[in-house]
Design a protein. Sequence first.
Length: 150
Amino acid sequence: MKSIVISVIISLSVLVPAAQANEANALERLMNVVSGLEELGDEMIGEPVTGSMVLGDTISRELIFTREYMYFLYIWSDSYFNIMEFWLENPSGDIHSIADGGNATLAVFPDTTGRWILNILLHEGAFSDTASYAAAVFRAPRYIKYFDSE
């Protein structure tokens, strides 16, 4: 029994640093894009979010968008060879934007202020049945301010 417990502890201690390293790789890939966007004047909302997921998992993140801005989501996995699907649901629950691969950019020009949902689904991991991701949301003032006409 003692050897099983030690084996489980060793296994867990090996997996946790590996997941953190993969999240760091995804974040590094994302940050290459982030610095360029900030130089262009786009504003990052909050801090980048990282995480790991298992084959078949869907991760959902809630976002609040307002109609005064246009939004751009940048999502990178830890490998170009991951097969992930990314999509946004608008406040009505309708699918708005879809992309797939090891990274994605999704754009939103909301008509109203509301809650949007970012979904990420892992179809296939590049090296195993897991993958890590990093995501950031940027906003910029809309080119045409529809709200001024009210």
